[in-house]
Design a protein around this ligand. Structure first.
Ligand SMILES: *Cc1c(COP(=O)(O)O)cnc(C)c1O
Length: 227
């Protein structure tokens, strides 16, 4: 597995405006450094403990993204360094992120996770739930978080039509929320510009459907033994 070559190949297919998150969960420091030495600076992990261990041991100009499901009681372990939290699925979690960010005098970027898959196992909120959070007064009081967009995970299936439908649902939800932003009664100026969708098997489709940020693991680092 030539990590550097994989990165070069993937990047050559991407429009420059797309952010590539290299998903390094289960991968070693050495493998991550191989990607780092090829110029990659944005890495994604799905476990807070693992991400924190890697943060401590690796160069400090890496941007760490938490892409997994976040337990509220663990936010404190990453609040001093995390760059973007993709999977925010409740107001309670936003509020905890805000609280922990404040302790470090930081503003933490967040994406709201929208449930687009048909599988019950996937997390996320509806577009309406996201909208009511963004337009609530409680939200306007959270000064240490910034919601910069949405994240979604498609159903695990080979059916490309279904995956496409789900990606387009996320894109439409994003456009609707952006519209609402200009409503006269909005409490706060939030800037939605990021749609995190697409993984190794479907990132080109995701980009066609409007993704601005893709999360790619196995196509860069090779298959994982466990996840
Ligand atoms: C593991 C993971 C990915 C990357 O998956 P690959 O198929 O290896 O590219 C993307 N997003 C999330 C949320 C993940 O947990």
């Amino acid at each position: 597995m030539n990590i550097k070559q994989n990165l070069i190949n993937i990047k050559s297919t991407l429009p420059v405006s797309i952010t590539l998150v290299a998903v390094s969960k289960t991968k070693t420091l050495r493998e991550i450094m191989e990607a780092y030495n090829a110029g990659q600076r944005v890495f994604g992990e799905n476990k807070i403990q693992e991400m924190t261990d890697k943060y401590e041991q690796l160069p400090k100009d890496i941007q760490w993204h938490m892409i997994g499901h976040v337990q509220r009681n663990k936010v404190k372990y990453m609040a001093h360094f995390v760059n973007l939290i993709h999977g925010v699925d409740s107001f309670k979690l936003l509020s905890e992120i805000n609280k922990q960010a404040q302790k470090h005098n930081r503003i933490i970027n967040c994406l709201l996770q929208i449930k687009i898959a048909s599988e019950d196992s996937k997390f996320g909120m509806t577009g309406n739930e996201a909208s009511s959070i963004l337009h609530s007064e409680e939200f306007s009081e959270l000064k240490h978080i910034k919601v910069i967009g949405l994240m979604g995970m498609a159903t695990f299936t080979n059916n490309q039509n279904q995956v496409k439908k789900e990606f387009l649902l996320l894109k439409n939800t994003f456009e609707e929320l952006k519209q609402l932003k200009t409503a006269p009664d909005n409490y706060r100026d939030y800037q939605l510009h990021t749609i995190s969708m697409g993984m190794s098997d479907d990132y080109l489709l995701a980009i066609d459907c409007g993704s601005t940020m893709i999360r790619v693991g196995s196509s860069i680092f090779g298959a994982r033994n466990y996840s």
